[in-house]
Ligand binder design. Structure first.
Ligand code: ATP
Length: 297
């Protein structure tokens, strides 16, 4: 009878593992608001260099044929530079990050990594080069250790803890009932927005990608947490090719270039200083935000 049980037991194990990872995948895709729509071309090559320059070259895109979301979007992120995107809700900012990660293919134009169209790159290698800190990090119903180690599953425990330290979440984790073994997520301990974002930052530090996408949370964190998270981000963005989708302009005053989007088009671009001097939409947004902050204070 044990002979019969062993394979059944094994199958049960395999089933649970598969179910777990499918749930994770599904989760990831729903979270990022995407479908698994693109496939590798037979000629797809891995991305060779860790110095990555990104170019959006006349990109047009719509989620469906009836409605164009991006119109002729062109910009460069030289290797190691930071480009920030601002604009009203629905302007198409997060769509840029989804295209960059190649959850969808562009409708027209191209996105290039070091001159190579991303459609010519293998998805595995493209995604291995990119770390995303999303707006709203969803945690797996698993230990906090698993949730950080997910950034690089072969990392040692020491590396996971180092990443948690760099993201300033280690002390918090040590104060939890079971430390790193504490179950978090919907069915476990619920973390605050700031804590979840720190888990995502730790995950990204562990992954150590040359390209970073940061989609700032729309919902405001308290201003101390926010400032701390901004500082952590700036330190991990240094020397990486970074795209920041920002809701608070104070986050991005230091960016190498700021793009202002409206209705799927880039309507202004420049540094913080240049855009203020230009006296257009950005200057107006900045003035309103300063007034808002003065009111809050
Ligand atoms: P926010 O600041 O509110 O996050 P955003 O500028 O990032 O906005 P996007 O998320 O890029 O805006 O969305 C741009 C447009 O695309 C919106 O009108 C949105 O309704 C539409 N859109 C986004 N995701 C999908 C989708 N999966 N299917 C169809 N339309 C979508």
């Amino acid at each position: 009878i044990t002979q019969l049980w062993a394979p059944l037991h094994f199958l049960g194990f395999v089933y649970r593992e598969i179910r777990h990872s499918l749930a994770d995948m599904e989760r990831m895709f729903t979270l990022l608001n995407v479908g698994a729509e693109v496939a590798d071309r037979p000629t797809a090559q891995p991305l060779a260099s860790r110095d990555v320059a990104i170019r959006f070259d006349g990109v047009g895109f719509g989620y469906d044929a009836k409605r164009t979301i991006l119109h002729d979007v062109s910009f460069d992120i030289p290797a190691g530079h930071t480009v920030a995107v601002v604009g009203a809700s629905g302007a198409g900012k997060s769509t840029l990050s989804r295209l960059l990660f190649r959850f969808y293919d562009v409708g027209s134009g191209a996105i290039r990594f070091n001159g190579t169209d991303v459609r010519e790159l293998s998805q595995d290698s493209l995604r291995a080069h990119i770390g995303i800190v999303p707006q709203d990090t969803v945690l797996f119903n698993d230990s906090i250790y698993y949730n950080i180690a997910y950034g690089r599953p072969d990392a040692t425990r020491e590396e996971v803890i180092d990443a948690a330290r760099s993201a300033h979440i280690h002390d918090f984790v040590m104060g939890l009932p079971d430390g790193y073994d504490t179950t978090v997520g919907e069915r476990g301990l619920k973390l605050s927005g700031g804590e979840k974002q720190r888990v995502a930052i730790a995950r990204t530090i562990l992954k150590n990608p040359p390209v970073l996408i940061f989609d700032e949370a729309t919902s405001a964190l308290d201003s101390r947490t926010e400032k701390a998270i901004q500082a952590e981000l700036l330190s991990i963005a240094a020397n990486r090719t970074t795209l920041i989708i920002a809701h608070r302009l104070s986050t991005i005053a230091e960016a190498d270039c700021i793009l202002v989007m409206d209705g799927g088009r880039i309507i202004e671009r420049g540094t913080h200083r240049e855009l203020l001097a230009h006296g257009g939409r950005y200057a107006e947004m900045w003035r309103l935000q300063q007034e808002g902050e003065a009111l809050d204070a």
